[in-house]
Design a protein around this ligand. Structure first.
Ligand code: PEP
Ligand code: MN
Length: 388
């Protein structure tokens, strides 16, 4: 029933280079938490997961458009009907706007009910001469700048499972699929279960691999290659044609439409030059792929106030570039991947939010999110491009 039945499948990532894993200080506690997760209730079913693969398959053929969005990092103490409901309403409104323009169904996928692990550029953070481990998401440690909070605690993986289950109760009636970055391999492999169609990571419907962990020979790609879920990979401007073709071959060897999505996050300045060779090579290689545009992560800047922010104008510019590249290649863009919230935050600059407003309601535990109005602005802009 559980992992121990076929360790060769679920543990094949062990021993390969695994970037961005926390240094768990207590191996005994790690073993116990993983044992708890190995018999925990699955969060999603294989049937739901297969249904999403089929919907993404339609997107791969240009017969559907994908909207994936939610927090950069979810927080345990934000699992409330108001906050989760706000995200779901925002996603639904955006989907309605896009669907009216696209003339095809919009597949809604939340960065939700499990988006608790964060890759970090620096392993440590220094404030006033004090250096502590970086915050790696609520599933690993606490955001508070104290030695106690920042010490990785494996029991947080159990709390993440509970928080995901509570969030899912709110998400299911809205018909939104769930997704998160498959970063923490102990968590993901402990929640993987054997079903008729293969091994399913039951932590979410779709799992993606981040820009920092997409080494084709690394542990994350190996793990993702073994699960039956739809998977995605983020691609930044340094991704080479060779790497991308290798990822396509490793992650979709049977060429199943909907199994693999690539999420381009090139930056508004780079997308028009960096993306076309990749799109052309993948099309020539014959592996079906859904191309999504993440116009957030290549456009992060630091405001004079010190806040990490993004300009909505640059976000729109990358979306425009992404559409242009696909049109020039004779392909339909597959969808959008956004960091957003339903809350009235001041984290990105644009619309009613100026750079001076950033300190007012900057609540993100990690990257800056579009607020509700800004999210709708991006959806309306995308709708305009879909109509052209
Ligand atoms: C993210 O999606 O929050 C993220 C860290 O993205 P990337 O891996 O593209 O940098
Ligand atoms: Mn982010």
């Amino acid at each position: 029933m559980i992992a121990t039945e076929a360790p060769a499948v679920l543990d094949s990532w062990r021993g390969l280079p695994a970037a961005q894993q926390p240094g768990w200080p207590d191996p005994g506690a790690l073993r116990e938490a993983v044992a708890w997760l190995s018999v925990a209730a699955p969060l999603v079913t294989a049937e739901e997961t297969d249904r999403l693969t089929a919907l993404l398959g339609r997107a791969a053929r240009g017969e559907a458009f994908v909207l994936q969005g939610g927090d950069c990092a979810e927080r345990f103490d934000h699992v409330t009907p108001e906050r989760v409901g706000g995200k779901l309403v925002t996603l639904s409104r955006m989907a309605a706007v896009l669907e009216a323009a696209a003339g095809v169904p919009v597949v809604r996928v939340g960065r939700i009910a499990g988006q608790f692990a964060k890759p970090r550029s620096a392993p440590a953070e220094t404030r006033d001469g004090v250096s502590l481990p970086s915050y790696r998401g609520d599933v690993v440690n606490g955001a508070e700048f104290t030695a106690e909070a920042r010490t990785p605690d494996p029991w947080r993986m159990v709390r993440a499972h509970r928080a995901s289950a509570a969030t899912l109760e709110l998400v299911r009636p809205a018909g939104v699929h769930t997704s998160h970055e498959a970063l923490l391999l102990e968590y993901e492999s402990a929640l993987t279960r054997r079903r008729a169609g293969g091994w399913y990571d039951t932590s979410a419907h779709l799992l993606w691999i981040g820009e920092r962990t997409r080494d084709p020979d690394g542990a994350h790609v190996e793990f993702a290659s073994r699960i039956a879920n739809p998977v995605a990979v983020k691609l930044g401007p340094t991704a080479s044609v060779r790497e991308v073709l290798e990822l396509a071959e490793r992650l979709n060897p049977w060429r199943v439409p909907g199994r693999l999505s690539f999420i381009a996050r090139m930056g508004a300045d780079r997308v028009r030059e960096a993306l076309p060779p990749l799109v052309r090579a993948v099309a020539a290689g014959g592996v079906p792929v859904v191309w999504l545009c993440d116009p957030m992560h290549g456009n992060t800047v630091t405001a004079p106030s010190g806040h990490k922010t993004r300009l909505v104008a640059r976000v729109l510019e990358e979306v425009a570039g992404f559409f242009e590249v696909h049109r020039a290649a004779g392909a339909r863009p597959g969808g959008l991947h956004l960091e957003l919230t339903g809350d009235d935050v001041t984290e990105c600059v644009g619309g009613a939010v100026s750079a001076r407003d950033l300190p007012l309601r900057y609540e993100s535990a990690c990257d800056p999110r579009l607020n509700r109005d800004q999210s709708l602005e991006v959806a309306a802009y995308g709708a305009g491009l879909l109509r052209d």
